[in-house]
Design a protein around this ligand. Sequence first.
Ligand SMILES: [Zn+2]
Length: 167
Amino acid sequence: MKQRAVFYDRDGTLIVDKHYMHEVSKIEYYDDSFTALKQLQDKGFKLFIVTNQSGIGRGMFNENQMHEVHEQIVQDYKDQGIEILDIEFCPHCPDQNCECRKPKPLMLERLAKKHNIDLTKSFMIGDKVSDGECGKNCGAQGLLLKVSDDRFKTFENLQQITNYILS
Ligand SMILES: [Zn+2]
């Protein structure tokens, strides 16, 4: 049977946005970064991170630095009993017009194929309208944090989103 998933944007969604952040020491979570995800995991949702990291394409940091940050994030969640199953990233600048950068759906489609996910029963969550569009573009439901757009529901924090998904 196909699984349901929640795909999270990284900066400004799971961790505090520090603009092209690439240092492990600067990772900072929100109050509900762990509890909100744990409740979804307990209900059977698979959890993923999908992130645009154009700082790589812009030459501000390299892919290894980003992987170090991602390994730390995955470990921090693991320490709280939460499994981030996989992370997809786009390293390109917007002007490279690649196939992966959100709001294009390719990163979610890749994860769905690899992990047997039913996108129509899944959610894409982020603090940018492009995150909502990314979900919509692959048949998932887009939910926005702290930014509003007529096409999507907006929430103040991750816990409110968890409550909505589980309601
Ligand atoms: Zn890309």
